[in-house]
Design a protein around this ligand. Structure first.
Ligand code: LLP
Length: 420
């Protein structure tokens, strides 16, 4: 459920008419609904309340400071994957003991900063990384808490680019190697190996892959316990799918009901890292129609947003619903909704049945709150869009539109070229 609804013929975000926002702030424009965001966070919190989990919002899904702050204020922790995300997390005042850090390629500098800041846990993805964290901790005179990211070798049944829990993926450590590392744990005197982590993929719409992975890892935990290796944390990652089109993903409650009995048996402190589930349907991308163009084969609706603003359709062939901000009768014709970028992959929708659309009117690309702005780029030297947060009848600019000056801010022409 989300708070982007038609009232009469006009699409609203909470209590505000989105067309008014588009006219006032310009397009392309990201618009987020505060209450949708918080509502999804609370849904997970409630569903898992029996284990009182730490819910670490996955910053990569939406890293805007206002979005992070809103969630942190409600008790969320943050799941980070880089020094930049650590910077953001600390900037919004996230307590370090609510920050977990995954990534197969953490640099020494990133590791050092996270150790200094005393984050809750590193999710370690390889033996060399563990050795490195141990070495850097020793140098800093610290002892660091670490979870091993297990690659449980389960099929997530999602897009191949966002499947992460098969042994052919670069992520995590297989059970056998993890066991060997845990047996050798005294060798790593500066790390406390206190947890396990899994994350099998993203946009997973059925519970079965989660159940499979959690079952495997909990059996492993019980086996370790019998061998005298006790743990404190189990981080079950993110990955819960949302509705983009006709999917019927498991609700938070159904997901929880399926895995809670297994989690409870482990007796460990539970961490979750949802990103898309919380932010995905809390945001849209608003774009204006520049031209309608017919070719002998097709009709193209050319909009002012492009793959640099929202890359999911181009990169994954992802489906996003497209709604006119002003409802204009029944869907009549099939059109391609395309952006201005010089690539044929620059589209938001193909052969989509929509009401007839006119130059100058606006479209909402729905479910763009996760992996939307965070994956935006300046390709074709396009300033990245503005971001707004709507809270009932109030609107806040949470990121100004970039300017042409922003595009060249860090560039320099070497002096030898100035005389040419
Ligand atoms: N934890 C870890 C370790 C992750 O790698 C991810 C996402 C998450 C949590 C959050 O997953 P979520 O709950 O959002 O599914 N750009 C792609 C999605 C990439 C996901 C990467 N990892 C997309 O637009 O579909």
């Amino acid at each position: 459920m989300h708070q982007f609804k038609y009232v009469g013929r006009q699409l609203f975000c909470e209590k505000l008419r989105i067309e008014d926002l588009a006219k006032r702030f310009g397009t392309p424009l990201y618009v987020y609904s505060y209450h949708t965001l918080i509502d999804h966070f609370v849904k997970i919190q409630r569903a898992f309340s029996s284990v009182n989990p730490l819910i670490c919002f996955s910053v990569k899904a939406n890293s805007n400071l206002a979005i992070l702050k809103a969630l942190v204020c409600k008790g969320a922790g943050l799941d980070i994957v880089s020094g930049g995300e650590l910077f953001r997390a600390l900037k919004v005042g996230c307590p370090p003991e609510r920050i977990v850090y995954a990534s197969v390629g953490k640099t020494d500098r990133e590791i050092e900063e996270a150790i200094r800041r005393r984050i809750l846990s590193f999710n370690v993805e390889s033996l060399p990384e563990l050795e490195n964290i141990n070495r850097i901790s020793a140098r800093l005179g610290r002892t660091t808490q670490v979870s091993i990211r297990i690659n449980p070798d389960v099929e997530a049944k999602t897009h191949k680019y966002i499947t992460t829990g098969k042994l052919t993926n670069k992520f995590g450590i297989d059970f056998e190697s993890a066991q060997r590392i845990l047996f050798l744990r005294r060798k790593f005197s500066r790390v406390n190996l206190t947890g396990l982590h899994i994350h099998i993929g993203s946009q997973i719409t059925t519970s079965a892959p989660f159940v499979g992975a959690v079952r495997k890892v909990s059996e492993f935990i019980i086996k370790l316990e019998k061998m005298g290796i006790g743990l404190e944390f189990l981080n079950i990652g993110g990955g819960m799918g949302i509705v983009y089109n006709q999917e019927t993903p498991q609700t938070a409650q159904v997901y929880a009901n399926k895995i809670l009995p297994i989690l409870e048996r482990t007796g460990l402190k539970i961490i979750l890292e949802p990103g898309r589930f919380i932010a995905g349907n809390a945001g849209i991308l608003v774009t204006r129609i520049l031209y309608v163009k017919s070719t002998p084969k097709k009709k193209f609706v050319i909009v002012d947003g492009g793959m640099n603003d929202l890359i999911r359709p181009a990169l994954y062939g992802a489906y996003h619903k497209i709604l006119p901000l002003g409802k204009a009768g029944a869907a009549r014709e099939k059109v391609d909704i395309v952006g201005p970028i010089c690539e044929s992959g620059d589209f938001f929708a193909k052969a989509r049945k929509l009401p007839s659309l006119k130059k100058g009117s606006y479209l909402a690309v729905m479910s763009a709150g996760a992996y939307g702005f965070t994956m935006a780029s300046n390709y074709n030297s396009r300033p990245r869009p503005q971001e707004l947060l709507v809270v009932k009848d109030r609107v806040f600019v949470i990121r100004r539109r970039e300017s042409n000056q922003d595009l060249v801010r860090n560039e320099e022409v070497p002096p030898f070229l100035s005389g040419i």
